[in-house]
Design a protein around this ligand. Structure first.
Ligand SMILES: Cc1cc2nc3c(=O)[nH]c(=O)nc-3n(C[C@H](O)[C@H](O)[C@H](O)COP(=O)(O)O)c2cc1C
Length: 211
């Protein structure tokens, strides 16, 4: 069975709402699939190198034409794309920062969304080259982003949705944890929302219909 790739973007660790919720998704996946292997890509614990000039030149070259230096310029991107290729399920856990994704997650996107590597440009638009796979995106916000209480735009959800589809990933489920209070405790409301979401999107073994 292919591993789950967990991509994490919160600068908070022990108290992060998005990280905690992602662990609960992994717990439920492990319950349904014993022996589950998880590949972790922590974008805060291990920051990515920023894009440089060599990278922005190399991405337009066809692989046979690449020099050793150009290959090196693409090495980080290759590693991150290979993690996506090796995995069968993707989980992204992220807070909202200023209405969109944190900079560390944008940096990952800039490395994995690559012309003629993970998508092709066609007359009718960009076409993803990665295999579709179940993808769960946990988004934690300090304020409301949906319903009557929302007083801010949500650029994060449509943006990540478009990025994933451009990669070729279409089986996407978002878990929004909105208006999360700060503090060290895991809020009861977060637990209620996560469990309700899990029971709909990833029913525990006992909830699955007998096959
Ligand atoms: C730099 C920064 C920007 C933020 N921008 C927003 C925002 O635009 N909208 C919002 O609702 N919350 C915003 N927040 C609050 C976080 O999204 C919220 O605290 C979230 O629950 C954090 O998730 P985490 O616990 O996984 O880190 C921001 C927090 C920080 C640190």
């Amino acid at each position: 069975m292919k591993p789950v790739l967990l991509v994490e973007a919160s600068p908070r660790f022990g108290t992060s709402r998005s990280r905690m919720a992602a662990e609960k998704i992994i717990g439920r996946l492990a319950d349904v699939r014993p022996g589950l292997d998880v590949l972790r890509r922590d974008l805060v614990a291990e920051p990515l190198m920023p894009l440089d000039e060599a990278f922005t030149e190399a991405i337009y070259l066809a692989p046979p034409a690449l020099s050793a230096a150009e290959r090196e310029a693409l090495a980080q991107s290759e590693r991150l794309i290979e993690e996506l290729e090796q995995s069968g399920t993707l989980i992204i856990s992220t807070p909202m920062h200023n209405f969109t994704v944190p900079a560390v997650l944008k940096a990952w996107i800039d490395q994995v969304l690559r012309l003629n590597r993970t998508f092709r440009s066609t007359p009718s638009g960009k076409v993803g080259l990665l295999a579709d796979r179940p993808t769960y995106v946990v988004v934690s916000t300090g304020g409301a982003i949906s319903g009557e209480r929302a007083r801010q735009p949500d650029f994060l959800t449509p943006y990540l949705d478009a990025i994933l589809r451009t990669l070729g990933i279409h089986t996407i489920r978002f878990l929004h944890l909105e208006a999360m209070p700060r503090g060290s405790d895991w809020p009861d409301e977060a637990e209620r929302q996560v469990q309700a979401w899990l029971d709909i999107h990833l029913p525990a073994r006992t909830l699955l219909p007998a096959s």
